[in-house]
Structures are given as structure tokens and as C-alpha cells.
Design a protein around this ligand. Sequence first.
Ligand code: MF3
Ligand code: CO
Ligand code: CO
Length: 281
Amino acid sequence: MSIAIKTPYEIEKMRIAGKLAADVLEMIEAHVKVGVTTAELDRICADYTAEHNALSAPLNYGADNNGDGGFPKSICTSVNHVVCHGIPSEQTLQDGDIVNIDITVKISFDDPDTAESEKTYFHGDTSKMFLIGDVTPENRRLCRITQESLYAAIKKVKPGNTFADIGTTIQKYIKKAGRYGIVKDFCGHGIGTVFHEEPQILHYKNADNRKMKAGMIFTIEPMINLGKGGTVLDKDDGWTAYTVDGKNSAQWEHTILVTDTGCEILTLRSEEKDIKRIMHN
Ligand code: MF3
Ligand code: CO
Ligand code: CO
């Protein structure tokens, strides 16, 4: 299988999906504070997404043919030592917590009378860390260097560079920052009318020498731990991934389009003032 080159039509729709995903993250910020439950954040994001004529892609994602085992909520909320795929619950956010909120929306542009099974959905996928109240310097730094490693990787996205350049850049950046663990059990991914498609984007040194080409769209979403890089899956829910040693983890994610001269960040937020949406790398 090869890596899709999106058509101008598909790119236009992916821009809209990416913008909505970024808008959800901007919208939820005011609600992310001490005492709120992650289930409340899930409901607010799901409602906002529905009001914008889109669906939350995580809901029931990965279900089997009987409709069982899919992700049970509309967003992922990963608090402290949860690496990713945390399930919104009655857990309240506490002073000092760090929480990743990961939003994936999907939008159909088909006629409303199109049968559900015939609809095509375009996906936008993005996440960021929220710092709750008084966060320790160690945790603040973890969040910051993880975000910076994402930006360092985005600066390598241009035609002719390889996918290995992304992982190598992240690993170099993190190694220079100190003794952190890079998560290897989860990766970024191609994205389009399918939520997770080729290629897998590894966030560590690797030998994927395939070249990036204009029109490819994929996520970069490094997960960095204060301790070891290993993860363990929750035995009961089958989704929640914890750090193996119980230390905290951070993650940031953008959906990126490769352009002729560099890339375009489809999920850029207005708070990212120092980062250009269109980069000539
Ligand atoms: N948004 C996640 C990603 O970045 C995937 C979540 S899948 C879910 O790829 F089922 F856990 F929601
Ligand atoms: Co993703
Ligand atoms: Co995501």
C-alpha cells in the first residue's frame, strides 16, 4: 500500500475539518479548571462538534462487528500518568494536574439525503496539554519540551525529506532536553477520509526512508514521559494507556499537510502566535 496524495478538493475539506478540531480545543479552554469532571468536558466538546454539523470520531471507534469494544466517549482526556486514550469519567481535575485533551472531528460534505453508509467523512485530529492551577516546574517543563519537539519535527516537513527525519528530530530534541522517555508504543498517522491510515509516523529514530510528497496529510503527536518510555494498557477498559512507572506524560498533536515548499498546519490555534500556519521549510 502507498501513501495517499490528496486532491485539491480533499485538501480543501481537510482544512475545514482541521480548523474545526482546533476550534474545539480553543473553545474548551475556558472549561478546563479545578473541579470539572472529564465527562463534563467530553459533553461540552461533543455538543459543540454536533452544533457545527460534525461528528466526534473517537465515539465507538475500533468497535468490532457486534458493535462492542469501541472507544466509549467523544474525546480523549489523559491526566498525569495517562499517556493517551484516557476515557472521560467522573474524575475531577485537581490543582497541579496536567491533562491532554485530544480532539478528532469528522465532517461529511455529502447531500443530507445520502445514506449513512455512503457518506465520506474528512477528519481533523489535534491535541494539547492543559495545566491545572499550580503545576510543578518539572511538569511544566515536560509539557513545554514535548510541544517544542513537535514544532522541531514540523520544521522538517517538506517534499524530499523522509519520514525518518521526523522521528530523528524528535529524539534528538528530547535527548538534548534531558532524561525523558519517548513513547514508542503509539505513533502519528496518515489521515483523510480514514481516521488512521498510512503512513505510521514514528516519534523516535527510525529507518523509514520514504520521502514526503506534496499533498500528503498526516499527524505528528509525540508522547514524552518524565520516566521510562514504556506503557501499559488498562486491563478493564482496554483503552487507557498508562506510563509503566507511574510518572507523568505529555502529548501534543497537529494534523499537517505537505505543500510544495514545506507544510501547512491544518489544526493551528490562534494562541500559537509564533508559529506560521504555512511554513516554507
Ligand atoms: N485522537 C487519537 C489519535 O491521535 C486517537 C484516538 S482513538 C480513540 O490518533 F478511539 F481512542 F479515541
Ligand atoms: Co492522531
Ligand atoms: Co488525536
